[in-house]
Structures are given as C-alpha cells and as structure tokens.
Ligand binder design. Structure first.
Ligand code: SF4
Ligand code: SF4
Ligand code: ZN
Length: 467
C-alpha cells in the first residue's frame, strides 16, 4: 500500500523565512488537530511552525468572515505583500486600531519589547498632530480607535496635550497604552487623566502576579506597583482594559487568576490576552509549543472554573484569523457570557468591523439591520441585549454611562500577531491594527515589526534576495 501523509493539506499561502526574510511558499496543514505552516526557503531549507493549537477552531472561523471596510491607501502595489506597506491597495481591512508611537523612551526595558524601547526620543507635538489628522483623513473623516503608544507614552512631556488633541479629532475611542508605572506614583497625573473619561480608556500592560513572570517578561518585579496603579485609576473612575502578553510556560498558568482579578475590579472593562510574538528584543524564538490564540482559549476554559467556555468566544468579523472575543454581563449570580447559546454568525450585519463595544452604536446598528435578520433571531438577540443595557441608559450622563458599562459588562478577547515564523500572507492582508508612521503611512502592526521598524528608507525594507 502507498504510504499516507501524516497531515491533511488545507491550503496554500506565502510566508517569510525568519532567517533571510525572503518570501517563501508555504502550505497550511492539519496534523493531530493542530494547524501548521510548512514552508520551504531555497537557502535555509524546510521549516515547520505551529499556527493554531485547535484545528476545529481554525476550520470554523471563516463562517464569521464578512466583507472588509476600506481605508484610503498611501502606497502602490509594486513588489507584492508584505513589501509594499502601506497601506497598499492590496490590503484587505481598514484600520480598526491606529497606533501612534509618540516616544521610544521607557522606564522599563522588557525582554519581550517589540519596540526595543528604553532610552529614546519624543516625537514633536506638531508632528503628532499631523499624524492624528492623517489618521482621521485616511478613514474618510472618522476613525475608530486610536492607541497612543510608545515606548512609554506617559514619559512624553506633552502627553496630556496629545490626549486632549486626540480627543478633539474625529476619533471615536482613544486608548493610552501604558506599563502603568507613572500612575502608581503620580496621583496628580491620574487626576488629570480623569478629565478624558468618555471615549477614553487606559490600555494597561498586566501579565500576572508571579514575580517570575515579571522577571521573564518585564525584567523586574512590577506586579504590585501595577496593582497600586489600577487602584488609583479606579479611585478616579478611569476605565481600564488589561492587556496580557501570554508566553507559554511563563505565565499561561496565571490566566484564570488574571480573569478573576479583572472581573472583580470595578473599573476594569476587559482583558485582551496576546500570545507573545517573536520580534524586537524577543526575536530569538523557540516557537515549538508557543502560545496561540486557540491555545489561550483552551486555557481560559480550563482556568475560569466554568465561567467561560471556549465556545463562548467568536472570531471577530474584522479579522477572523487573529481576534476572538466574548462579552459578559453582570447578573445576580455573577458574570455570564452574552454569547452563550447565541449564534453570532447570524448577526454579522450587526457586528461592525471593530472591536470597540459601544452600546449606543450597537443599538443604532440593531435598528438599522432589523429587516435583514429574521424576526426570531432579532427578538432573541434583543432580549439578551436588553439585559445588558437598561432602559434609562440613554438618559445617563457620559460619566454615568462609562461607569455603568465598566461595572456591568466585561470583555474578554484574544488577539494574536504575526512574526516571521507564523507569517501567513492571507492573514497579513486582513490585519486591522496599523502603525501610523511619522512619514504619514499606515503599516500593519506585524509587518511593521517584522520588516519596517528601524529601517530608514523604503529600499531597506526589501531584503536583497527577495523573490
Ligand atoms: S501587509 Fe497590507 S499594506 Fe502591507 S504590503 Fe501587504 S497588503 Fe499591502
Ligand atoms: S514593552 Fe512597553 S513597557 Fe516594556 S520596554 Fe517596551 S515600551 Fe516599555
Ligand atoms: Zn531563508
């Protein structure tokens, strides 16, 4: 009898060789219910990388896919993806999240920092202002989410003015990405931040409680300081989303405890878990057994004591490969997932290409799409939504709305990024987190960190032996 392959071939794609960054052929295959990328570099030979731990999750995610939203583009199609960023006309999703790195200075020197931050320079206020205007214009006059990032953005001397200007532009939601250290030490600063409440959130790096986790991911013990900062933000009613980098064998055992902590704190609106990516300071990869999106969902189910099941999550339509999400709401018996027994794929028209959750928008979309879904689905959905949003919600002040959403809802998401190891070009083209660069381009986050960061000219972004 002829021998059989040890895997099932799923599809063909293009990837990168992590050693020479040449674009190489790759197959996506299913083996023992996990999904792998099999590549071949003519110089560096065959390579195998894990894409997703759970093959079932991977295979069903496309049900949630929907047509993309379009952004304006800044470059031409010349060399092919990922060497034409961007955005080039080949990119398949608009900017859900625009990220501006206002400084490369940081008070930590994390071993996993993709930006390799430490000592650095601040961008000038006027430059940042022009980047904000560019971002809004590139989204046809109304942008979704802006992340003010770095380095550590709270080190920028004009941080409050930058936030003030960002809030004045046509951007729906402004996030401040931070390691939180300044918030633990500087109460006056936190008080100033509270002026921005409403369409503003602190996106707070938080990896766990174990000093070993801190040491491995952040280079020093910081967890207690961060908890003090979160308390201070709570004192001023400032909403927070925790962002947790998950490194297999380092802090994946802390997922349950982080969830518990997040849900208990009044001002924490949600947690975003991110499998660690191998670029920047962390480019020396041991990718075998690495954390993946679906692997983290399994850990959430195992460690949340039944509160969350893997099937409560659905792939976010704006980027089904890389974002899984669920929303919980508060009941007398504790937090319950809104999505339990709810077929999200039937409600795709109502789920925008964004991962912000805003009850005002949600209800407006619901009203607009009432005729495109069947009546029963609509009623079933609306009765669930009603539990989440009380009738007097729209009468509340902005501050009260923020407090209500923070206390009564909770969002758990997992977002993965691509590095040169797990690079799948199809997935690259759908990436919706984009870096806004000082020369007014938008470069998808993964492509930026693999190829464009620290490169000064366009020519330098193209490896010599590119196909
Ligand atoms: S990642 Fe997107 S913007 Fe960059 S080259 Fe590929 S399609 Fe174009
Ligand atoms: S990961 Fe964040 S906190 Fe750590 S060095 Fe980089 S910018 Fe600073
Ligand atoms: Zn190679």
């Amino acid at each position: 009898m002829n021998p059989q392959r040890e895997y099932r071939f799923l599809e063909q794609t293009l990837s990168l060789c992590p050693q020479c960054l040449m674009r190489v052929d790759a197959k996506i295959v299913l083996k023992k219910n996990s999904v792998y990328l099999l590549k071949f570099c003519p110089v560096h030979g065959p390579q195998e990388e894990i894409l997703e731990k759970d093959g079932d999750y991977y295979l069903q995610r496309m049900k949630y896919d929907k047509p993309a939203t379009v952004s304006k583009t800044q470059t031409e199609r010349t060399l092919g993806c990922p060497f034409d960023c961007g955005l080039c006309p080949e990119h398949e999703q608009h900017t859900c999240n625009g990220l501006i790195e206002i400084t490369s200075e940081c008070d930590l020197k994390c071993p996993v920092c993709y930006a390799e931050s430490g000592q650095g320079r601040h961008l000038a206020l006027e430059k940042i202002d022009s980047m904000l205007d560019f971002f809004v214009d590139s989204e046809f006059g109304g942008a979704e989410i802006l992340q003010i990032s770095g380095g550590e953005p709270t080190r920028h001397p004009d941080i409050l003015e930058i936030l003030r200007r960002a809030k004045e532009k046509k951007i729906k939601y402004v996030l401040l990405n931070t390691n939180g250290l300044r918030m633990a030490e500087d109460e006056a600063f936190v008080k100033e931040l509270s002026r921005f409440i409403g369409g503003f959130e602190v996106y707070f790096q938080f990896d766990g409680f174990d000093p070993k986790t801190d040491q491995r991911l952040r280079g020093r013990k910081v967890s207690e300081l961060k908890q003090a900062a979160i308390q201070r933000l709570e004192q001023y009613g400032i909403p927070v989303t925790l962002v947790t980098t998950v490194d297999a064998g380092v802090n994946d055992h802390e997922i349950g405890r982080i969830l518990e902590y997040g849900i208990r704190a009044k001002n924490i609106r949600g947690i975003n878990f991110q499998p660690v990516a191998f670029f920047g300071r962390h480019h020396e990869a041991v990718t075998e057994g690495r954390a993946t999106l679906s692997g983290i969902l399994e850990e959430i189910e195992k460690q949340s004591k039944g509160m969350l099941l893997k099937k409560d999550f659905f792939p976010l339509p704006c980027d089904v490969d890389r974002v899984a999400i669920t929303y919980l709401y508060k009941t007398k018996k504790g937090f319950v997932p809104l999505t339990r027994n709810f077929k999200a794929e039937k409600h795709l028209p109502m789920i925008r290409n964004t991962f912000r959750f805003d009850p005002d928008d949600f209800l407006k979309d619901l009203a607009k799409n009432i005729f495109s879904t069947s009546c029963c689905d609509y009623l079933g959905f609306f009765s669930k939504l009603r539990k989440l949003i009380p009738q007097n919600y729209f009468l509340k002040t902005e501050q009260e709305k923020v407090a209500y959403v923070s206390e009564n809802t909770f969002r758990v998401s997992v977002t993965s990024f691509l590095d040169a190891y797990n690079f799948d070009m199809k997935s690259m083209k759908k990436e919706c987190v984009h870096i806004i660069t000082p020369d007014l381009k938008k470069i998808p986050f993964s492509a930026y960190n693999i190829l464009y960061r620290n490169r000064k000219t366009e020519a330098e972004t193209v490896p010599e032996k590119k196909q």
